[in-house]
Design a binder for this molecule. Structure first.
Ligand SMILES: [Zn+2]
Length: 59
């Protein structure tokens, strides 16, 4: 089995792991109120998901 020749330095390890959470959130549009929300998430402004009411929003 191939084995790494050198141990990665603390700095290299950190640089590699710095990329882990860099994924951007995909923004979709709420089909009910039209606001920009992340996909697969209940809309925080109108409480709808897939066109159906999921939670009650109080003003
Ligand atoms: Zn909405």
């Amino acid at each position: 089995m191939a084995v790494p020749k050198r141990r990665k330095s603390r700095s290299r390890k950190k640089m590699r792991r710095a990329q882990w959470n860099l994924k951007t959130i995909e923004l979709g549009k709420c089909s009910t109120c039209g606001s920009r929300i992340p996909t697969h998430v209940v809309c925080p402004s109108c409480g709808h998901y897939m066109g159906r009411p999921m939670i009650e929003i109080e003003d």
